[in-house]
Design a protein around this ligand. Structure first.
Ligand code: FES
Length: 114
């Protein structure tokens, strides 16, 4: 099963940047981590802040803007208090300069971490 949606053009998101993208059902946060694109739910699992308003720190962590909780971007893993529930991740598909997400599949890093 696949539900591919367009997220962003590659050159619209520079390394170290995160952007909110509205999709049917759930806003996503799209990240450029040193040239690799990732997508997660934009909604912090602690108290529903928008993670795309936060910052990428320590290479591949997103720091929530509300209480500074952190998640590992590739796997969605919650990194500790106050975040205890992992983020939903989405498989990213790159086709030329266009970046897509498959809303039916988790990221490859999350899938291989199970
Ligand atoms: Fe994100 Fe509290 S809402 S850490």
């Amino acid at each position: 099963m696949s539900k591919k949606i367009f997220l962003i053009q590659r050159d619209a998101l520079q390394p170290g940047e995160v952007r909110k993208v509205e999709t049917p059902g759930c806003p996503l946060a799209v990240y450029n981590v040193d040239g690799t694109f990732y997508a997660t739910s934009d909604v912090c699992t602690h108290a529903t802040a928008s993670l795309s308003a936060g910052e990428i720190v320590d290479g591949d962590l997103i720091a929530c803007p509300l209480h500074d909780g952190q998640f590992h971007i590739p796997t969605g893993q919650a990194m500790g208090f106050p975040c205890t529930v992992d983020l939903r991740t989405y498989k990213v598909i790159e086709e030329g300069d266009a970046i897509y997400a498959d809303l039916e599949q988790e990221s490859e890093a999350a899938a291989s971490a199970i």
